[in-house]
Write a protein that binds this ligand. Structure first.
Ligand code: ZN
Ligand code: ZN
Length: 830
């Protein structure tokens, strides 16, 4: 260090000599001097009020580009390490709300565990709109001056004019509790508008300005909306002995960390259990977070929480009651207002209900976290930070020392394995089972029909004359007809969008199949009746004579018009395969005349193409709930959490859609999807029937789902995964290297592989049975022109995987960036 007397200016700058370490959201990460990954930058902290967790704007790089970040450390020169204080820049500004210390700890864990720069984690924790803080409205509040002052003022005849005395008379008749209030409220109470002004001018009414977050209208889900339906909605409902057992078991752990898994069949009253646990939590003066999958976050689900906890608390000018609801249908301003209300200890919010990112809700005094439908894939974020909200929920509960409650009819095998005690050991999670539906309703009868038999039967009955492609076989068709004749409602599931997913040349000798130019995937045909989009780049292609519509790649979203002719042999192209649009067309063809089914009114299709917004989705479900729509047809969007008592038939148009995917969870997903959608049937007084069409009617996932036998499925599948060394028997991480240049992607993957291999070698015998899979092309080898090559690590424990990844990361050989997707505990393997 240079001496003060060396002829230079003193180098200590800044009034306090304080420095801040800032994690910028842009997610810079370099190998730190200490060997630890370092994503923080140092700045001068001249603002004496600056605290850890504050959001700040700082200059970045040579051009001093403004960037936002969070202060993660504060101190004197020691925080600078080797850095020359003279080169440390001052920060630009302190911004909106800060990150609470407990959430900062959670962010650090996510950054370490999921190999993501800390700044990016912090950036993802707060909704964009909430970062700037809620927009505020200024309200002017009025209250009368103290009686002694008022008496003195009114003694002055110049003040005590007739209108003033009259207005004052009204004020005096009001209760003390009515103040402070707005001028509008006084006018409504009978004070003349001019009188209010006179009283203020005379000093008889005192004015005070107050700032409140702007509520920007209702959140779309308020206590008065959507009164909940279903048998278990009333608060007075009697718990079954099983439900009571779970509630008591979970409530006994309030105030400590404990993880609970409830496996409850569909309709077994899991939500009522959550509500009772939350009630106990609120009585203890604590707050709660409830996560539900985005798709299940309907007014129906949220309404039950709002109804139970939100109805009693007045709006209070915050735009939220006791329940804050965070869903994708909110405007940014509404989201910011809900978020601010969560963070404000003086707001009435006691319960936060939301999708994945609600796990980061800045709730103080957290008493319990509930994760409903914990098996749901939407809890895993597929971009940075690639966290799993269920696992983050368990960590957050651990940090907050409170219980976490995971619930599902079909728990993920990861959670089920955690709740299963190893021989001679204790399970990590407590397991609770609700084996029966509430109110004596029985589980629906599930009939599996072999699609091959169905096709043969139909062909024989009409002597092979029918040239139509039938997605509904005779059995499902007859059941649907019966249901409609009896006035019932039906739900039909096909987990494929569009009209046809196979566009090809009719001539088998030619063999042309339409692929996306930029992906290793076939194009999907979407029917567009009354819409002929002009797609750039295919102006020369003539429209198809029979099929108005366009083809789309479901991976890169490229679109073009359906070509009329095979580019190789000029024959008219065929569209094969299935999709929800084709089912919709078939249902209308078969039941339009006889049962009056009309697309868009009595027949509603729910998939990502028809549902452009959360409101579309809510409206569609509402039409079905009110009985206006008779048939609800859709993708997995309709398989979750919906409770419609009049649904007596559920049809799975093709149970095999997930089964053929090259993913070791294909069987688990199929079991979950069939079980979940089957669970929508027979929730009222009528017994339900489920018809599952399949080309693999003997697949265990389908057979056991039909028998409602989760446990047999889970045990069989877990033992298979054990033999194969796959999760949950092992932990897994996957690194996907992407590049437009294949050779570069391969070289990069090779580097990653060698880095992990050397980290593994360094571990020695501690590595145990760790396997490192050499660079391999992903099942979808190219997406949006980028080649994709994966390196996978499997280890017996989480600790080993973490040590291998952290070692490579700290040497700067593994970082999450645009070319490298590091996915710890991946759930998508395509
Ligand atoms: Zn594509
Ligand atoms: Zn051809």
């Amino acid at each position: 260090m240079s001496s003060l007397f060396a002829g230079h200016e003193p180098r200590e700058i800044g009034a306090t000599g304080r420095y801040a370490l800032v994690s910028v959201e842009r997610g810079i990460e370099r190998a730190g001097a200490s060997g630890e990954p370092d994503s923080t930058l140092a700045y001068r902290a001249d603002d004496p009020l600056l605290a850890v967790g504050d959001r700040v704007r700082v200059p970045l790089g040579r051009g001093n580009t403004p960037a936002e970040g969070i202060v993660v450390g504060l101190g004197g020169r020691e925080v600078l390490g080797e850095l020359d204080p003279a080169r440390v820049k001052p920060m630009l500004a302190r911004l909106g709300p800060s990150v609470r210390p407990d959430l900062l700890d959670l962010a650090r864990w996510i950054s370490d565990y999921y190999i993501c720069p800390l700044g990016m984690v912090l950036g993802a924790m707060v909704p964009a709109a909430a970062k700037r803080g809620p927009r505020v409205v200024r309200v002017t509040l009025l209250s009368p001056t103290p009686p002694a002052d008022a008496e003195r003022l009114l003694a002055d005849p110049k003040i005590a004019t007739k209108p003033v005395l009259k207005a004052w008379g009204v004020i005096a008749s009001l209760n003390a509790g009515d103040f402070p209030c707005t001028a509008k409220a006084l006018v409504e109470a009978g004070v003349p508008r001019a009188g209010v002004k006179r009283l203020v001018a005379a000093g008889l009414l005192a004015e005070r300005m107050e700032e409140r977050p702007r509520a920007s209208g209702p959140s779309g889900l308020t206590a008065t909306d959507s009164p909940p339906s279903g048998p278990a909605a009333a608060p007075s409902v009697e718990l079954t002995p099983e439900q009571r057992g779970v509630v008591e078991g979970v409530v006994a752990t309030l105030g400590t960390f404990a993880a609970h898994l409830i496996r409850g069949v569909t309709g077994s009253g899991k939500t009522e259990v959550y509500l009772r646990v939350i009630e106990a939590c609120l009585r203890a003066g604590k707050r709660a977070i409830v996560l539900v999958p985005e798709i299940a976050l309907t007014p129906q689900t949220a309404g039950r929480f709002v109804h139970r906890f939100g109805g009693s608390v007045e709006d209070g000018g915050w735009g939220v009651g006791a329940v804050a609801v965070l869903h994708s249908g909110l405007t940014p301003a509404q989201r910011a207002a809900q978020w601010a209300a969560c963070a404000d200890a003086s707001s009435p919010v006691r319960v936060v209900v939301g999708a994945r990112s609600a796990i980061f809700a800045p709730v103080e005094d957290l008493g319990v976290i509930v994760v409903d439908e914990e098996h749901d894939g939407s809890y895993k974020q597929d971009q940075l930070p690639r966290y799993h909200a269920r696992d983050v929920a368990v960590k957050r509960a651990h940090l907050a020392r409170c219980p976490v409650l995971l619930g599902s009819a079909t728990p993920s095998l990861e959670s089920f394995a955690n709740a299963d005690a190893p021989p001679g050991g204790a399970a990590k999670y407590a397991l609770w089972t609700l084996p029966r539906r509430v109110g004596g309703a029985s589980l629906p009868r599930v009939e599996i029909v072999d699609l091959a038999d169905e096709r043969r039967a139909r062909a024989q009955s009409d002597g092979w004359r029918d040239r139509h492609l039938h997605l509904l076989g005779p059995t499902l068709e007859a059941a649907l007809d019966r249901t409609l004749a009896q006035g019932g409602q039906a739900i039909l599931l096909l987990n494929k969008r569009g009209y046809a997913n196979h566009i090809c040349c009719p001539d088998q000798r030619c063999g042309w199949v339409m692929h996306c130019a930029d992906c290793d995937a076939t194009m999907v045909f979407h029917l567009a009746l009354g819409r002929a989009p002009d797609h750039a780049g295919d102006a020369g292609a003539a429209p198809h004579p029979r099929r108005p519509g366009y083809v789309r790649c479901h991976h890169c979203l490229a679109e073009q018009r359906l070509p009329a002719l095979c580019p190789l042999c000029r024959k008219t192209v065929n569209t094969f395969g299935q999709g929800t649009q084709r089912v919709e067309e078939e249902i209308e063809r078969k039941f339009g005349q006889t049962r009056g089914l009309r697309t868009g009114s009595t027949l509603v299709r729910v998939d990502a193409d028809t549902m452009r917004s959360a409101q579309d989705y809510f409206d569609a479900l509402d039409r079905f709930a009110r009985g206006e729509a008779r048939v609800l047809l859709g993708t997995q969007m309709i398989a979750k959490g919906l409770d419609f008592p009049n649904v007596s038939l559920v049809g799975v148009v093709n149970a095999d859609t997930a089964l053929a995917l090259p993913d070791f969870r294909a069987s688990e997903r199929t079991f979950q999807l069939v079980s979940q959608v089957a669970g929508r049937a027979g929730r009222g007084t009528e017994p339900g029937l489920v018809i599952v069409q399949s080309l693999s009617p003997r697949a265990p996932s389908i057979v056991l789902a039909a028998r409602h036998d989760y446990e047999a499925f889970a045990r069989e599948e877990i033992s298979f995964r054990q033999r194969a060394g796959l999760p949950p028997a092992a932990r897994m991480a996957r690194v996907v290297c992407r590049d437009e240049d294949y050779a570069k992607a391969l070289t990069h993957a090779g580097e990653v592989w060698r880095a992990l291999q050397s980290a593994l070698d360094a571990l020695g015998p501690a590595a145990g049975h760790t396997r490192l899979r050499p660079p391999t092309a992903c099942p979808i080898a190219r997406i949006a022109r980028h080649h994709r090559i994966a390196v996978e690590v499997y280890a017996s424990t989480r600790g080993v995987i973490q040590r291998v990844l952290q070692d490579a990361r700290s040497r700067g050989l593994l970082r999450s960036d645009a070319r490298t997707a590091v996915d710890v505990d991946p759930i998508a393997l395509l």
